[in-house]
Write a protein that binds this ligand. Structure first.
Ligand SMILES: CC(C)(COP(=O)(O)OP(=O)(O)OC[C@H]1O[C@@H](n2cnc3c(N)ncnc32)[C@H](O)[C@@H]1OP(=O)(O)O)[C@@H](O)C(=O)NCCC(=O)NCCS
Length: 189
């Protein structure tokens, strides 16, 4: 998938593709440069990047590349419980030098479209209440402020703003979603 950034300029076009295991070092290098991004253990990323299995828990990951370099990534979990089918955006980050060229929007669009194709009905996330850049970005993408989780984050302690929006599953996608008991530990897809 190749996406030309909104407000195209002389910069290289942004290419969006699925993250692969070979991206691990670059993803961690990007994350370490971005204080606002969630900081995960290497094992957490390795788990995300394992090959797909079967529904109902899907990990959705995308990379943004420009000029052959990884400039950003996004990671989400889609739980196909047959009811809400919530896609939770866990992380999205773009290198500071590559921002405001549409890479973040292209990543979020890719996550949304993949979730819709798999039967997702809702996109949601938590963001630090003081992360005004990310909040503006999510609002630009049509997500609404839906609530606050007080003192949700530590180091530094901060409220989480809950944001979300309904998304429309693609025709046929929901019918493929299995009903599961939530007590079961869901497999990956
Ligand atoms: C949030 C983030 C991913 C956005 O990436 P990006 O590639 O710069 O986003 P886009 O270029 O697609 O921006 C789309 C729109 O979002 C809004 N937006 C993005 N950055 C903004 C900023 N700093 N101030 C105000 N609005 C902003 C604008 O409406 C922008 O459209 P415009 O450039 O035409 O005005 C990036 O800023 C980032 O990596 N931040 C640090 C990590 C983070 O906070 N992640 C979220 C929490 S996990």
């Amino acid at each position: 998938m190749t996406a030309m950034p909104a407000g195209e300029s002389s910069q290289s076009p942004v290419r969006i593709r699925t993250l692969i295991a070979a991206d691990l070092d670059a993803v961690i290098a990007i994350e370490r440069q971005i204080p606002e991004a969630p900081h995960w253990k290497t094992a957490d990323y390795e788990a995300l990047l394992q090959p797909a299995d079967a529904a109902p828990l899907c990990y959705i990951t995308f990379a943004a590349e420009a000029g052959g370099q990884l400039i950003g990534f996004a990671a989400a979990r889609l739980l196909l419980d047959g009811e809400q089918n919530i896609c939770e955006l866990e992380s999205i980050a773009v290198l500071a030098s590559a921002r405001r060229t549409g890479a973040g929007s292209s990543l979020l669009q890719a996550v949304t479209e993949r979730a819709q194709a798999l039967g997702g009905r809702r996109l949601q996330l938590e963001v630090r209440a003081g992360n005004t850049t990310a909040i503006a970005f999510y609002e630009h993408a049509g997500l609404l402020r839906e609530g606050v989780r007080p003192r949700y984050y530590a180091a530094p302690e901060e409220d989480a703003l809950l944001m979300g929006r309904e998304i429309r599953p693609l025709p046929g996608a929901v019918e493929k979603s299995p009903k599961i008991g939530l007590k079961e530990k869901p497999p990956r897809c």
